[in-house]
Design a protein around this ligand. Structure first.
Ligand code: LLP
Length: 435
């Protein structure tokens, strides 16, 4: 399969001239997503896990076009909120393709999801506490129920994304059998157990993954005896992708093998729900240089994207590769980075327009000397990029372009300040019951 043989897409693989043209056409900052790469990533995962049920964790990138692409490829959709469920159904998913993972769910989320379920779609609700089960029952829900357990093991690229041991998530695994037996007695259709260790799990965390899946296997065997069989065991997502240009990709085959081995013999389907893996390297963020200055200790390259556009560097010290597309293009012809048209490389701090000292994409990184008007590309921005964007400093969110069938399409327009201030204007005409 040709797709499976394209193991990683690096930022250096993107066509500089094509990206540059997008900024000329659509402005900056700009998110770009390559639909075909999303499909390739799905096929790579499907090849490694041929027997698994694959859900896409919508939170990584909820753009409608991403959802429909992955649905068509065969993925179900894992949703973290009523809003995401709404998007999933809007993208054409039927209820049976949707899992709603309720984390301390606000009442309006439960109300919405239970109403939607009562109207027909046979979705699966994954509850992470006994309170959530009670609240579902109070609303008359007795449909498909999965229990999120806390396996007591966490992993991931940063402590802020290790979920497996964080107290906030799931019912302690030791209590799962009792909780599910009780739910089954109360008439819920108990279909599965779920856990997610963390996000950005790398090959060197394979042991933690193995231990975690083994615990899920043990639990599944215990639970199945009590509730009369389980349909699936969902071991979450978390598959890491390389962010640094020289970083080796996750060895998916060995993760898949370790998963099957550790799970052992259970009479239930294996379900996985990655987000990042499908979309991270399918997206780049383009941003224009507006300021170049010699600061006391470094050269600062000021750009129009910031922590409000791509939060990951500020929040997790996450590394994202950066290219100067204009410098590479030279006088119009694409040259090798240090070729005839190439510029000298100098250490620089690429910083955004937000009034926070943490608003930097990199510090002292060697990049071609920047000039005002240059277009930079920030790689691996397809996962948790736009999704975590916000309007701090009254900064409208950027536009999103989808590349598909050899053309570029505006998939989401750029916000304006009018969008930012609209809720205030509308407050005047809102009714006090619009809570
Ligand atoms: N399932 C559940 C229940 C999750 O909480 C998550 C991610 C996933 C699946 C998908 O994980 P993935 O395959 O994408 O690693 N904003 C952070 C990542 C937060 C992930 C939260 N949960 C980041 O940018 O690194």
């Amino acid at each position: 399969d040709a797709a499976a043989s394209v193991p990683v897409r690096r930022l250096s693989d993107w066509d500089a001239a094509e990206l540059h043209t997008l900024v000329e056409d659509y402005g900056s900052p700009l998110y770009v997503l390559d639909r075909e790469r999303v499909r390739e990533n799905y096929r790579r995962l499907e090849t490694a896990f041929p027997d698994a049920e694959i859900l896409y964790a919508v939170k990584a990138n909820a753009l409608g076009e991403v959802l429909s692409t992955l649905r068509e490829a065969g993925a179900g959709l894992e949703c973290a909120s009523a809003g995401e469920v709404q998007r999933a159904l809007g993208a054409g998913a039927s209820g049976s393709e949707v899992h709603y993972t309720a984390v301390n769910p606000p009442a309006r989320d439960l109300d919405w999801v239970v109403d939607a379920w009562a109207d027909g779609p046979e979705l699966t609700v994954t509850a992470g506490s006994e309170d959530t089960i009670d609240r579902l029952e109070e609303r008359g829900y007795d449909g498909r129920l999965c229990l999120r357990v806390n396996p007591g093991i966490g992993a991931g690229h940063h402590e802020k994304v290790a979920t497996g041991a964080a107290a906030k998530f799931g019912v302690p695994a030791e209590r799962a059998v009792d909780v599910l037996a009780d739910a089954a007695d109360r008439g819920f259709d108990v279909v599965g157990i779920h856990a997610h260790v963390g996000s950005g799990v790398s090959s060197d965390q394979l042991e933690a993954h193995r231990e975690f899946v083994a615990r899920m296997g043990d639990l599944a065997r215990n639970v199945a005896g009590v509730v009369g069989g389980l349909e699936f065991v969902d071991v979450g997502g978390g598959f890491g992708v390389p962010y640094r240009e020289d970083e080796a990709p996750l060895d998916l085959e060995s993760v898949a093998e370790a998963t099957r081995e550790a799970l052992g013999a259970v009479d239930a389907d294996l379900t996985i729900e990655p987000g990042r893996y499908f979309v991270a390297d399918a997206g780049v963020l383009l941003t224009e240089v507006n300021t170049v200055k010699e600061a006391r200790e470094t050269t600062v390259t000021g750009v129009d994207a910031g922590m409000t556009t791509l939060l990951r560097p500020a929040m997790y010290d996450a590394y994202h590769p950066i290219r100067n597309l204009t410098a590479e293009a030279g006088d119009g012809s694409i040259e090798a980075e240090n070729g005839p048209a190439g510029r000298e490389r100098v250490p620089q701090t690429v910083a955004g327009p937000i009034c926070e000292s943490g608003d930097v994409f990199c510090t002292d990184r060697q990049l071609p000397a920047s000039k005002r008007g240059d277009v930079l590309a920030i790689g691996n921005a397809g996962a948790y990029g736009y999704e975590m964007a916000n309007q701090y400093n009254s900064r409208p969110r950027p536009a999103s372009i989808v590349l598909a069938d050899s053309e570029a399409r505006l998939a989401r327009r750029r916000e304006t300040v009018t969008d930012v201030t609209r809720p205030e204007r509308e407050a005047r005409s809102a009714s006090p019951t619009d809570r």
